[in-house]
Write a protein that binds this ligand. Structure first.
Ligand SMILES: *[C@@H]1O[C@H](CO)[C@@H](O)[C@H](O)[C@H]1NC(C)=O
Ligand SMILES: *[C@@H]1O[C@H](CO)[C@@H](O)[C@H](O)[C@H]1NC(C)=O
Ligand SMILES: *[C@@H]1O[C@H](CO)[C@@H](O)[C@H](O)[C@H]1NC(C)=O
Ligand SMILES: *[C@@H]1O[C@H](CO)[C@@H](O)[C@H](O)[C@H]1NC(C)=O
Ligand SMILES: *[C@@H]1O[C@H](CO)[C@@H](O)[C@H](O)[C@H]1NC(C)=O
Ligand SMILES: *[C@@H]1O[C@H](CO)[C@@H](O)[C@H](O)[C@H]1NC(C)=O
Ligand SMILES: *[C@@H]1O[C@H](CO)[C@@H](O)[C@H](O)[C@H]1NC(C)=O
Ligand SMILES: *[C@@H]1O[C@H](CO)[C@@H](O)[C@H](O)[C@H]1NC(C)=O
Ligand SMILES: *[C@@H]1O[C@H](CO)[C@@H](O)[C@H](O)[C@H]1NC(C)=O
Ligand SMILES: *[C@@H]1O[C@H](CO)[C@@H](O)[C@H](O)[C@H]1NC(C)=O
Ligand SMILES: *[C@@H]1O[C@H](CO)[C@@H](O)[C@H](O)[C@H]1NC(C)=O
Ligand SMILES: *[C@@H]1O[C@H](CO)[C@@H](O)[C@H](O)[C@H]1NC(C)=O
Length: 842
């Protein structure tokens, strides 16, 4: 994506204070966290995120008054809640024949002149109206009646526990605030305590602050529960939050200030806390024809009352302990990484960040950023909806790019690290695709493409099944974004990988395979014979390489991906239980016949298009045609037997693997470092880092990885789309590089790229691009495809001990595996159930 809008942020002024000069008591001795001795400033660059997937909160780490910003995962403007006739940006079915002839004339034009007679496909797009945006759910204002000078201030995010805290001394007592969102209880908590037996009076209130959210009704549900009920917009979606206040010893009372506002006070307590739950009337189960795409669920009130009741008698300590146990279990019990880092716990994270330099790096900060990425994914993905462009954290009524599900790199990157780092959190992504993409995407397939099987989606996706080609608000050429019917194809990498890594046959049969089959079915029909080159291949047309200008045919990105999808169909067919052999055979036939999207052009580059149009000076942000290098495998596992051999100008060309890899490297070099005239975002650098690691180039890998932190990571380590600059009042948070970062790190330590078939060796490469600064370390419980768990220790840049264990039930029990280090095969084996191999000689 490219920068379109700027938003302004509300700034809470910093109080005069003196801060801690060492990490606060309780900060992990390992250094696994972020801490600061100054108050927070901008939401984007300094607030600290907590979340359980259902709810999110951004903690400013306040003192006497703290305004914690809240989110509910499905709180959106737009869609059918704004306009009941909203139809996902689709054309009326009565326009099908008009669209078919428009499509035909676009194709005819491209057949006649593939270098660009047509400069737009506006006729196929449809209005952007009612698309909506993910919105913030207001602020929890917690006030402690304390005043006077503050000392010993610190605020921090403990990544071992998933808890944000602040502490300070004021009027002779030490205060501690604590905020977390618990996945097991589906609730969030904010707790206030002090070193004295009795706390000053504490109040809890709800506010909308600078946001344009319509003011909700805030009432007393009972003596200790606030009920917040409002709409995301007018008209818009109904939401509700219930916040129940507890205190040990103290007296809790709720008072209505007026008809639309109330607060809760605690007097005489020695601790006070509020636990809140929240939800909306949105339901993805109603995103289908039977429900008339209403996305209408029940009023959330009753379910919230039940949920809150389920925790009302749980002590705060028990709720906290259950949350910490959950975070430990999900993030650290099965997987761990060491980069040989030395923690710098006595320096605040913002100072460590400020001293960070490209190439020099800092293994400690890189390790924290790695853990932060996995923490953010687990904290945003484990709800009913997947992690969006901002995970689940957004404060405004119009989030940048709607904090939507941009699916031509961004949302895919969010999940890159999950499988290898043993994080089973993609379930909500698959539900979201199944329930909000597939049903209306089948209508789009029919109306826009005259294809009656499978479904199609495009790049920009909301939670209301916006499956049409999203036209621009002001007309103009939107093909760069809109003309992307491959968004679901790319998503199928994640679906296939879930099965390849987990061997979960029950899930595969119930959800994974039906999705894969549906997307593949659509593309079987959409691929058509190339009438421009007339070389007997099948191609996509019209196509745009993501966010690139020419509208042409046979875009490499699309061809490589569809080929990979067809391979996954073949690999997963036996386990699917499907008996549709005709479908399998059609996939096999068209896979053989299709253009593979691999051509070497006039300056030795891997062509981005079937027509040799690449410019050597194009430093575009996307690496679309290198998708087969990483995260895909059409390039990195190139096999001449199945992909080689094409006819160009009646000449037979056969590329070797080296030819293809060298061309991909030429393209990568010319694509620049992720700072171009078009954009300077974090995700383009994280992608380049992973791509350089794929070439085994440790110094270029580390250059891009360190450049990502240096340019785009703010003091709270959140990734900014625009380069982080302390003076910038309008930074744009975008989570993709945070979540792509751990994937890039992993790709330097361990690679096991997919292959076209189970007969081709799965090559597991150890430490392919290890930078000097990480010369010793360990990786425990990493997963690779083929159902393999791998643990490795290394020292002086070489593995010292590696254990590989094959699951009891790998999908294929005959898959050849080669373990490679420094270009040499150390061990070969097949994926025999329960095989356990330890390697110590390198
Ligand atoms: C924060 O801690 C650092 C490192 O000890 C110290 O140099 C700095 O003065 C402290 N800042 C404040 C505001 O206390
Ligand atoms: C859709 O495709 C079918 C089969 O090729 C064809 O008969 C029909 O006329 C097409 N529909 C439109 C609206 O063009
Ligand atoms: C194709 O279109 C381009 C752009 O309009 C034009 O410059 C070129 O001459 C055309 N080529 C042919 C063969 O018509
Ligand atoms: C805060 O405490 C002070 C001193 O105990 C008291 O005078 C004041 O009324 C309290 N303010 C509120 C808002 O409760
Ligand atoms: C808190 O306790 C300390 C130490 O006992 C005492 O000096 C201070 O006055 C107390 N503060 C309040 C507000 O009660
Ligand atoms: C409710 O009252 C509190 C306390 O005065 C205030 O901070 C908050 O902004 C009010 N909330 C709304 C939604 O008006
Ligand atoms: C808020 O209260 C007003 C007045 O009682 C009522 O008309 C409105 O429907 C309420 N809004 C919600 C979201 O319940
Ligand atoms: C919580 O405990 C109180 C006191 O034991 C009891 O009356 C109440 O029913 C309990 N509530 C729930 C929801 O279990
Ligand atoms: C599927 O099963 C058939 C028949 O047993 C076998 O020949 C084929 O190799 C299997 N395919 C895969 C991808 O495992
Ligand atoms: C194929 O022929 C065209 C037209 O003669 C020429 O422009 C192009 O460079 C040739 N391509 C290759 C790969 O030789
Ligand atoms: C990145 O590329 C830009 C543009 O070529 C160049 O000005 C800059 O020095 C490079 N920076 C790094 C750290 O590679
Ligand atoms: C595999 O072997 C290693 C080293 O002998 C041992 O520690 C580990 O427990 C074994 N794992 C399994 C699953 O048998």
């Amino acid at each position: 994506m490219r920068l379109k809008t700027l938003v302004t942020s509300s700034v809470i002024p910093a109080a005069a204070l003196s801060g801690c000069t060492a990490a606060p008591a309780g900060f992990p001795a390992s250094g696994n966290g972020l801490w600061y001795n100054t108050t927070s400033t901008l939401w984007e660059t300094s607030y600290l995120p907590v979340g359980n997937g259902f709810l999110g909160a951004m903690s400013p780490g306040g003192m006497a008054v703290e305004a914690t910003q809240l989110n509910i995962e499905s709180l959106w403007t737009g869609g059918p809640f704004l306009d009941p006739t909203y139809n996902g940006g689709n054309h009326d079915p009565s326009q099908a024949s008009f669209l078919a002839s428009a499509m035909q004339s676009i194709r005819d034009s491209i057949w006649a002149n593939a270098t660009g007679e047509i400069d737009n496909v506006e006729v196929l797009t449809s209005p952007f109206a009612d698309y909506g945006s993910y919105v913030g759910a207001g602020y929890l204002i917690s006030t402690i009646n304390a005043s006077g000078p503050v000392s010993n201030f610190a605020r921090w995010l403990d990544l071992d526990e998933g808890v944000a805290r602040s502490t300070w001394m004021q009027s002779g007592q030490t205060f501690v605030r604590e905020t977390f969102c618990s996945h097991p209880s589906e609730a969030c908590f904010h707790h206030v305590a002090s070193s004295n037996t009795t706390l000053p009076d504490v109040t809890f209130a709800w506010a909308i602050l600078g946001s344009l959210l319509p003011a909700p009704n805030i009432t007393c549900q009972d003596a200790n529960t606030l009920r917040i009920r409002g709409f995301s917009a007018e008209p818009g979606m109904l939401y509700e939050l219930l916040g129940e206040v507890h205190s040990t010893q103290g007296h809790v009372s709720c008072s209505a200030l007026n008809a639309i506002n109330a607060t809760i006070s605690v007097t005489g307590g020695n601790e006070a806390w509020i636990s809140w739950v929240g939800s909306t009337e949105y339901s993805m189960d109603a995103g289908n024809v039977e429900s008339d795409f209403s996305f209408q669920g029940p009023d959330p009130h009753e379910a919230l009352v039940t949920l809150l009741n389920s925790i009302t008698n749980t002590s705060y300590q028990d709720s906290l302990a259950a949350h910490i146990a959950d975070i430990t279990d999900v993030l650290y019990s099965q997987f761990s990484l060491s980069l040989g880092q030395t923690p710098q716990i006595d320096l605040p994270t913002d100072q460590i960040r400020a001293a960070y330099e490209v190439d020099t790096g800092n293994p400690y900060l890189e390790w924290v950023a790695f853990n932060m990425g996995r923490y953010l994914l687990a904290s945003s993905a484990r709800g009913t909806l997947p992690a969006n462009l901002q995970g689940k954290w957004a404060k405004d009524i119009n989030s940048p790019w709607g904090a939507d599900y941009h699916s031509n790199i961004n949302i895919q990157m969010n999940y890159w690290s999950a499988e290898m780092s043993n994080l089973n959190v993609a379930g909500s992504l698959f539900d979201y695709i199944e329930k909000t993409w597939a049903p209306r995407g089948a209508i789009t397939a029919q109306v826009l493409y005259n294809i009656s099987r499978g479904f199609v989606t495009h790049d920009e996706m909301n939670i209301f099944g916006h499956t049409g080609m999203k036209g621009g608000p002001d007309g103009g050429n939107t093909a760069e974004w809109a003309d992307y019917p491959e968004s679901a194809v790319w998503m199928m990498i994640a679906v296939w990988d879930r099965f390849d890594y987990s061997n979960d046959i029950a899930w595969w049969q119930a959800q994974g395979w039906p999705l894969l089959k549906s997307v593949a079915s659509f593309h079987l029909d959409k691929l058509i014979p190339d009438e421009h080159f007339n070389d007997g291949t099948l191609v996509v047309v019209p196509c745009n390489s993501p966010e690139q200008v020419p509208i042409t045919l046979g875009c490499a990105h699309a061809q490589q991906q569809i080929w990979q999808l067809f391979n996954a169909v073949e690999k997963g067919f036996n386990a699917s239980g499907d008996t549709d052999i005709a479908f399998l055979q059609e996939v096999q036939t068209k896979r053989a016949q299709m253009d593979k999207g691999l051509r070497i052009g006039w300056w030795g580059q891997l062509q981005e298009w079937k027509v040799d149009l690449d410019s050597p000076t194009d430093t575009h942000r996307h690496l679309s045609h290198l998708i087969g290098l990483y995260p895909g495998y059409a390039v990195s596992s190139y096999d001449v037997e199945i992909q080689g051999g094409l006819v160009v100008n009646e000449t037979h060309l056969t590329y070797t693997k080296d030819d293809v890899m060298n061309a991909a490297m030429t393209s990568l070099i010319h694509r620049g470092n992720g700072t171009g005239p078009d954009a300077n975002s974090g995700w383009e650098k994280a992608w380049r880092a992973a791509a350089w690691a794929q070439f085994g180039n440790a110094s270029e890998f580390y250059h891009e990885l360190t450049y990502t932190i240096f340019t785009n990571f703010a003091p709270n380590l959140l990734d900014m789309y625009n380069p982080y600059n302390p003076a910038d009042e309008g930074p744009l948070f975008q989570i993709d590089a945070n979540l792509g970062f751990p994937a890039a790190v992993l790709n330097a330590l361990l690679q096991a790229q997919d292959t076209a078939s189970f007969d081709l060796p799965l090559v597991i490469t150890l430490l392919p691009a290890l930078p000097d600064t990480w010369s010793s370390g360990h990786l425990k419980g990493a997963r690779t495809r083929g159902g393999i768990t791998l643990s490795m220790e290394w020292a002086d840049g070489k593995p010292t001990s590696v254990t590989l264990t094959v699951d009891a039930n790998p999908i294929s029990t005959t898959r050849p595996v080669q373990v490679v280090f420094e270009g040499k095969t150390i061990r070969s084996f097949t994926t025999t159930p329960n095989l356990n191999i330890t390697l110590v000689d390198f």
